[in-house]
Design a protein around this ligand. Structure first.
Ligand code: MD3
Ligand code: FE
Length: 204
């Protein structure tokens, strides 16, 4: 039994199967308006393996020239992001412990071979707000460490319906996704995983 780093709260089964299915329908509707795009690394232009979209007033995007940032419009269509489904706003008010609404919901889609390397999330102006993550579809192996690269890390299997809230000391922790376990969930039509991260971007 390994303890999670300070500030990490894991809520297994926070969403029941019906709530998960409803959320997947909402995300499908979002992605039909705001198609998944291929994020690329700043400067090198190297594509990441995860596919992304967003909903809410702001969305996280990245490209070769301008790098990581939040903006109000889709990088390909130029349209403003679809609004955030009410279910997500409710979950945030129940679980975040933060008095102001989230501004961005980043949608990460992981096909079976996808990984996400260890990184910190520091493109937001407000680090006092936690990040709330929702897992849907296949299980994954998630890893989180401390605020310095190369420190000790702990691994955690995240299952569809799980929520993790990353606040306090963990808000600037290094974290990543080492692997997806295809075929562990029947929620999605195809193997893969969706992760939603709700974030406050600006200081209220
Ligand atoms: C720990 N997403 O979008 S969610 C990301 O499963 C990201 O898609 C992963 O890392 C995913 O940036 C992990 C869990 C998570 C999200 C944000 C964090 C963990 C975090 C911010 C700070 C510390
Ligand atoms: Fe992250």
């Amino acid at each position: 039994m390994t303890a999670l780093p300070d500030g990490v709260r894991h809520i297994p089964g926070a969403l029941n199967p019906q709530a998960q299915a409803e959320l997947v329908d909402e995300i499908r509707a979002v992605v039909s308006q705001a198609p998944l795009f291929v994020p690329v690394m700043p400067r090198t232009g190297k594509p990441m393996s995860v596919r992304m979209s967003n909903c809410g007033p702001l969305g996280w995007v990245t490209d070769k020239e301008r790098g990581y940032r939040y903006q109000a419009t889709h990088p390909v269509t130029g349209a403003t992001w679809p609004s955030m489904p009410p279910q997500l706003l409710e979950l945030w008010s129940e679980l975040s412990g933060y008095a102001h609404p989230p501004e961005a919901c980043l949608i990460n889609f992981y096909a079976p071979e996808t990984k996400m390397g260890l990184h910190q999330d520091r493109d937001e102006a407000d680090f006092n707000a936690p990040v709330l993550s929702i897992s849907l579809g296949d299980d994954c192996l998630f890893r989180i460490g401390g605020t310095k690269r190369g420190g000790k890390t702990v691994s955690l299997r995240l299952v569809s319906g799980d929520v993790i809230v990353l606040g306090g000391a963990s808000r600037l922790a290094f974290h990543g996704v080492d692997r997806i376990y295809p075929g562990t969930s029947m929620l999605l039509e195809k193997p893969g995983r969706i992760n939603l991260t709700l974030r406050r971007v600006t200081v209220p």
